[in-house]
Structure formats: structure tokens, C-alpha cells
Design a protein around this ligand. Structure first.
Ligand SMILES: NC(=O)c1ccc[n+]([C@@H]2O[C@H](COP(=O)([O-])OP(=O)(O)OC[C@H]3O[C@@H](n4cnc5c(N)ncnc54)[C@H](OP(=O)(O)O)[C@@H]3O)[C@@H](O)[C@H]2O)c1
Length: 285
């Protein structure tokens, strides 16, 4: 049996859909009773509870062979991830598949990549088998820009000339489901990216060409962007950490892509044009 965390989020839900398509049984630890139906509709078992609660996670971990850890960025993310690893070890789980990030490495200092790296090390030190999933920037991050694209034909970010090898979270889910449903991925760190390296000005060109109207990228000074973001991210650690991450992107920290998706799945990853086309209704008044 497989245990998913984060199964109601972007990559976790994509993973659950893929496992369901593959008819692979899974269980999901989710926080909200209201979301039970969406997991059960995919044939998944549900345990209600938070990854903060050791008793609940021990219960969810019973009879599990493979555990997927996906948690959102928050001040106690590392603590929750370590607790999941401890529980997995105590309950006899064989393998952990961990949602890390492409920036996470031995030298990183930015808080979010650093916590991912610390969890990677903790998992490796646990003696359990592991597979690290290290995606580049998510295309789905542009869902947050839908309102300004609809209202002003503009999106506002502080990424300067920085480029990314952005990937669709549905493709990330495909990779995770493959890793969870077959053997042979133990000890692998998969850096997964989309098909192209794109600046945010290139992204604006793609939006313009698919939506057939001019969409502009407005490059904001980091401080001004931080002021706006502070209205949405009220936790200071989270705000500072996201700004630090974006500064790394603006400086060119993740300007690369890999063939890993195609090597694993056998088809090219989704293009940004496909993503925009499939989300056209969000970007159209
Ligand atoms: N954004 C990017 O470009 C990017 C790129 C690479 C890697 N990443 C990494 O991806 C991870 C986030 O993945 P995502 O974007 O797929 O997640 P997401 O959409 O933000 O969803 C987070 C999931 O975690 C669940 N969750 C939150 N708190 C929990 C708790 N205390 N106990 C149990 N479950 C909890 C949420 O459940 P509810 O439905 O209850 O809220 C939801 O299912 C982060 O660690 C991030 O660093 C992001």
C-alpha cells in the first residue's frame, strides 16, 4: 500500500489521479473531511488528520510500503517532514518518495531549498530507500496571475531577466506515480523540468500568442513586490523565504532543463502553450 501526503494539493492530486488511472491502490492522509469525496472518487482510502499529529500519522502509516511526502512551505515544514520519516521508519515503510525542489543542494542557503535539503539528508540518514523529486518552477504558479491578466493584460513578478525550465504539476504527478508504482527508482534524484528554458518576458509572449491579445510581463522591484505579497503571506518566515527564493530565480539560479521527464515517461513534457490553452477560461474575461 502507498500513503500519499499532500493529496489534495497541486502535485499530490495529480499523483492520485495517475495512480487511480493505473489502478494502483493508495491511502491519503488529508486534513479536511470535506475533501474525502475527491479522494474516494479516485478509489483512495482516506485518513483524516494533520502531519503535525504523530498519533494520526502512525495510524496512517500502518501496512504502508511506500510513502510520498509533499508538504507546503511553512515554518514547521522541516519538523513535520522529519516526523513523517520517523513514523515511516518505526512502522516498517520500505521507501520514501520526497517532494523536494530543484534548488535544494548541499550549498544552498535560501530557507526553502535549505529545508528541502535538510529533509533529503534526514531521509538518506534514516536508512530507508528513497527517491527525490526535484521539480523546476511550476507552470501552475501563473494561476495566481489570472486576475491581473484578465483585468489588465499584465502580470507582475520580480524575476528580472531570470529564466526557468518550468513544468506542469500534472507532469510532476505522472513522474511521482511512476516512481510509486514500480521498482527501480531507489536512490535516484529526479530533476524534472518542462521542455523549454523561458524568461518571464518569454512567458508573456506565449500568453500573447495563445490568447491572441498582448499580455505584458511587468518586472517589479523586489521591495515593492514584497509589499504586495505581504498582503497574502502573513507569516513573516514564509514571506521572507519566498522573496529569497524569487531573488535566486531573478539571479538565474534555475535556468536549466533536463530530459528526465521524457526518459521516464516516454513523451515530452507539456509545453507552456498547452498549459495556457488548457487554462484559457481562467485568463479570459
Ligand atoms: N511552486 C513551485 O514552483 C515548486 C517547485 C518545486 C517544488 N515545490 C515544492 O512543492 C511543495 C508543495 O507542493 P504542491 O504545490 O503540490 O502543494 P500545494 O498545492 O501547496 O498543497 C499542499 C498540500 O499539503 C497539504 N497539507 C498542508 N498542511 C498539511 C498538514 N499539516 N498535514 C497534512 N497535509 C497538509 C494540503 O492539504 P489541504 O488541502 O488541507 O490544504 C495540500 O494537500 C513545496 O514543498 C514546495 O517547496 C514547489
Amino acid at each position: 500500500m502507498i500513503l500519499l501526503t499532500g493529496a489534495t494539493g497541486k502535485t499530490g492530486s495529480a499523483t492520485a489521479i495517475e495512480l487511480s488511472n493505473l489502478k494502483v491502490p493508495f491511502r491519503a492522509l488529508i486534513r479536511s473531511e470535506e475533501k474525502r469525496d475527491e479522494i474516494e472518487a479516485l478509489g483512495g482510502e482516506v485518513i483524516i488528520g494533520s502531519a503535525e499529529n504523530r498519533e494520526t500519522i502512525d495510524q496512517a502509516m500502518m501496512g504502508i510500503e511506500k510513502l510520498l511526502i509533499i508538504l507546503p512551505n511553512c515554518e514547521n515544514q522541516l519538523e513535520m517532514e522529519m516526523q513523517l520519516v520517523d513514523s515511516a521508519k518505526a512502522e516498517g515503510v520500505k521507501q520514501i518518495v520526497y517532494m523536494s525542489s530543484v534548488e535544494a543542494d548541499e550549498e544552498c542557503t535560501s530557507p526553502i531549498p535549505k529545508l528541502h535539503w535538510d529533509t533529503e539528508v534526514y531521509i538518506k540518514d534514516s536508512g530507508l530507500q528513497w527517491t527525490m523529486i526535484k521539480p523546476n518552477f511550476y507552470m501552475q504558479n501563473f494561476i495566481g496571475s489570472a486576475k491581473t491578466i484578465v483585468e489588465q493584460n499584465k502580470f507582475f513578478l520580480p524575476m528580472s531577466e531570470g529564466k526557468t525550465g518550468m513544468i506542469d504539476t500534472r507532469d510532476v504527478g505522472k513522474v511521482i506515480a511512476k516512481v510509486l508504482s514500480e521498482e527501480g527508482h531507489e536512490g535516484q534524484s529526479y530533476q524534472i523540468t518542462g521542455p523549454e528554458i523561458l524568461s518571464f518576458y518569454n512567458v508573456a509572449e506565449k500568453f500573447s500568442s495563445v490568447l491572441k491579445r498582448e499580455v505584458l510581463y511587468v518586472d517589479m522591484p523586489m521591495d515593492a513586490y514584497k509589499n504586495i505579497l505581504s498582503q497574502f503571506l502573513t507569516n513573516q518566515w514564509h514571506l521572507d523565504s519566498v522573496i529569497d527564493l524569487f531573488a535566486g530565480i531573478a539571479e538565474g539560479g534555475i535556468e536549466y532543463n533536463t530530459d528526465t521527464f521524457e526518459e521516464l515517461i516516454g513523451t515530452p513534457p507539456r509545453s507552456l502553450e498547452d498549459f495556457i490553452e488548457e487554462h484559457r477560461n481562467l485568463y479570459t474575461a
